[in-house]
Structures are given as structure tokens and as C-alpha cells.
Write a protein that binds this ligand. Structure first.
Ligand code: CAA
Length: 388
């Protein structure tokens, strides 16, 4: 029996900053951000969007297409948690009207959280093939205004339905995992923004890629030329390009061209949305599906990395008819609906969102009708509403 990704939905908030504007404001050469970092735009979450609301909005992209009664597991991966105790997934479960018998919780290991959720969901469905699982990754990447990491921020969520006989990607058996207790990126409980040793994190990311990719190929008897595409966790697109360059080094011309082309397709959404931590790898997968023109049966490698640090390489095969399950036009329209902010507006929106609204204050959303949003706290309980 094959188990894998049956549905995939992306959400990003309704505001963005252009990287050329940001470079000019920070007195940097725009090409450093556009080429050196590889980012064109960056989504900005105002105070009415958080991990929960974005996760609901991502799942709404496919919820009407699935049998909700079959969902036995709902896992939420995030490093932008909204509560130290209660899982974000419970708010989502209520909004989506899932049955009370669903097993639901939140997981954390930096950007690895959604992969952790996906692997648990895969094993759950293998044991309970008549049931399905929803996994959500949802994050706001915040390094702070005028920091080195500022250009690698972003906001968004990816939700996926994991199912037997999936319609998009059948996951292959086996994986290669690697972890070490290191301090490349972390966010202490007292801070809303991340602390990062950017150069070190880049070095560890590439080192873990080499280890897991080499081990995976050996384990499965695969060569680089066997892959039709490799997708990467993309904190910024240049990071994935560096890993892809390692993968194709010394390969024949056809393999190099094939994996460069597929990487170009896989980075498109990330270059406009920015870093969405847990969901970045899966936004890259979606971007590949929407722009890569890959035939069914294509072998796709997936490299997941979470600072701290934990990495995993695994693979899947594209299922016949996968194109019918995705909607590139709708995703483009979602990006195009975003309002462009000036750098000053972005700074104000960003800094306001770092603060908790006064308890009892009702927040309103300026996003489209039908979008879920955080409406403030009432008696210190977070309220989520749908825009009418
Ligand atoms: N034209 C073209 N390229 C230019 C340029 C120009 N005018 N000026 C500079 N560049 C290039 C540089 O040569 C450099 O390229 P290489 O990386 O290939 O050498 C690139 O632009 C970046 O330049 P710098 O290294 O000088 O940039 P920086 O000091 O401002 O730092 C950064 C960049 C380390 C990515 C920083 O933005 C950062 O710390 N970001 C956050 C950390 C991060 O995302 N780490 C990634 C892995 S960790 C992870 O994945 C965890 C997670 O998501 C949470």
C-alpha cells in the first residue's frame, strides 16, 4: 500500500515588501537581496494573522474536497507558537469542524516540525489505512527590523492531507536522518524574534545536507541522476541553490540541466513569500508541482532542515494525475492580492505585531472575505473569526 500527500494548500498574508525597496532603505545594493540572497518579495503578517489563523486558511484550500469523518490525526508543526500549553491544532480543529475523536497536538523542532508531523502521519496511515491525517506547518519568520536576517523573513502556512493511495506524491520507504545539539538559530521564550548565527547556520545546513543525501543514496542504491528534482528547505532561495550545487557537482550535463531546471521551478513561490520556517520545504514542493512540468512517476528528493539541528532526506514519486489536485492560478491570485507596503509601513506593521493586543480589544482584518484571522483575546483566550 502506498501512503503520501493527497492534498496540499498554501496560505500567505495579504501584505508584502519588495526587496528592492528594502535594499534601498537599508543602503544595500538591490542585487545583494535579489541575487546574493535570492529573494524578490517578502510576505508580512499584520497583528491579525498568526500561526493558527494561517494554518486554518491553508487547510481551507482543500477541506471541502475531503471526507472530514476520515481524519483521525491532526498535527500542527510550528516555531511561532501562540500558547505555551494549548496546541494550535485545537483552534484549527474547531474552525474546520473536525470530529472530536481526532488525535491532535503540536510539535516543535524549528523548521523540521512539519516533516516530523508528516512522518508521524505517514506511519499512522500505514497502521490505519482507512483513516487520513492533516499536517500543518505555519510560521512567521521574524529576525527584526534592520537586522542581517531581515531579508530572510516571511509568513505563511502549508497544510497537507496524508492518505493511502494518495493523489499527489507517494512517499517511498526509508529516510536518512541526522541531528546534533548545536546553536545556529533559536528563539528564547522571552523573545518574539529569533537569534541566529547566520553564517554558521548556512554551514551546518550544507553539512547536514551532504550527510543525509549521501547516506540516503547509499541506503537506497540511488544515483543523483535518478532524481528528477530535489526540493530543499528554503530559508532563502540562495541557500537551496548552494545545496543543489553540491548535489549536481561532477554530474553529467543532462543531470545538471535537469536538476537546475527543477530547482528554478521549486524556488519561485519562496522568492515571493520568503521564509515560512516549517512550511518552506513544502511550499518549494508545491512550487515545483506548479511550475516544473514533471511527468507522473518522477522521483523527487526532499531535504528538510531544522536549526538546533535536525535534518532528514527522503523521497517520493509523483502520482498520475497530480496536476488536477493543484491550482497554480489560484495561488498566483493569492500572491497578487497582497498589498505592497512601503518600508516604513512594513516596519510599523511588523513592530505592532510583536506586541500582544490589550485584552478585550476586538481586532478587525482587512483581508478578503472568507479569510480567518486573529480577533484579539477575550478574558485572555485567543479569538479566531472569519472575515464577513
Ligand atoms: N550582488 C550579488 N550578490 C551579492 C552582492 C551583490 N551586490 N552583495 C553581496 N552578495 C552576495 C554575497 O556574496 C553572498 O553570497 P554567498 O552566500 O554566495 O557568499 C550573499 O550575497 C549574502 O551576502 P552576505 O553573506 O554578506 O550577507 P549577510 O551577512 O547580510 O547575511 C544571511 C546573509 C547569513 C543569510 C543573513 O541574512 C541571515 O543570517 N539570515 C538568517 C539565517 C538563515 O536564514 N540561515 C539559513 C539556514 S538556517 C535555517 O534554515 C533555519 C531556519 O530557517 C529558521
Amino acid at each position: 500500500m502506498q501512503v503520501g500527500i493527497d492534498q496540499i494548500g498554501l496560505f500567505t498574508p495579504d501584505k508584502y515588501v519588495d526587496m528592492v525597496d528594502l535594499a534601498n532603505a537599508r543602503k544595500q545594493d538591490p542585487n545583494k537581496f535579489l541575487v546574493g540572497i535570492g529573494q524578490r518579495e517578502m510576505s508580512v503578517a499584520d497583528i491579525t494573522q498568526d500561526a493558527v489563523s494561517m494554518g486554518i486558511n491553508a487547510t481551507l484550500k482543500f477541506i471541502d474536497k475531503i471526507d472530514k469523518n476520515k481524519v483521525g490525526l491532526l498535527i500542527f508543526g510550528t516555531e511561532s507558537s501562540i500558547d505555551q500549553s494549548k496546541s494550535a491544532s485545537l483552534f484549527v480543529k474547531t474552525a474546520l469542524k473536525l470530529k472530536p475523536e481526532v488525535r491532535t497536538f503540536e510539535v516543535k523542532e524549528a523548521c523540521f516540525g512539519l516533516t516530523a508531523a508528516l512522518m508521524m502521519a505517514r506511519d499512522f496511515v500505514r497502521v490505519h489505512p482507512e483513516q487520513t491525517a492533516i499536517v500543518i506547518g505555519s510560521d512567521i519568520a521574524r529576525y527584526g527590523v534592520n537586522t542581517a536576517g531581515e531579508v530572510t523573513q516571511g509568513a505563511g502556512s502549508v497544510a497537507m492531507l496524508i492518505k493511502a493511495d494518495p493523489s499527489i506524491l507517494a512517499l517511498n520507504n526509508g529516510h536518512s536522518a541526522y541531528s546534533e545539539d548545536i546553536n545556529d538559530f533559536w528563539r528564547p521564550n522571552y523573545s518574539r524574534t529569533a537569534l541566529v548565527d547566520g553564517k554558521y547556520s548556512t554551514q551546518v545546513y550544507l553539512d547536514f545536507f551532504k550527510k543525509t543525501y549521501t547516506d540516503y543514496k547509499k541506503q537506497k542504491g540511488l544515483k543523483t541522476s535518478d532524481f528528477d528534482a530535489i526540493t530543499y528547505h528554503l530559508p532563502f532561495t540562495k541557500m537551496g541553490m548552494k545545496a543543489n550545487n553540491i548535489a549536481i557537482e561532477g554530474q553529467d550535463q543532462a543531470t545538471m540541466i535537469k536538476l537546475e531546471r527543477s530547482f528554478a521551478a521549486a524556488k519561485q513561490l519562496s522568492s515571493r513569500v520568503g521564509n515560512i520556517y516549517t512550511a518552506s520545504l513544502y511550499m518549494s514542493l508545491l512550487s515545483l508541482l506548479e511550475n516544473g512540468e514533471l511527468p507522473a512517476g518522477s522521483l523527487i528528493g526532499l531535504f528538510s532542515y531544522g536549526s538546533g539541528a535536525m535534518a532528514e532526506f527522503y523521497s517520493g514519486k509523483l502520482v498520475e494525475g497530480y496536476e488536477k489536485q493543484i491550482d497554480p492560478t489560484a495561488d498566483q491570485a493569492m500572491l497578487d492580492r497582497r498589498k505592497k507596503l512601503t518600508v516604513k509601513q512594513y516596519e510599523d506593521v511588523f513592530n505592532t505585531a510583536l506586541l500582544d493586543p490589550e485584552d478585550g480589544l476586538e481586532l478587525t482584518s482587512d483581508d478578503e472575505v472568507g479569510t480567518w484571522y486573529f480577533a484579539g483575546t477575550k478574558d485572555h483566550i485567543r479569538q479566531y473569526r472569519v472575515k464577513e
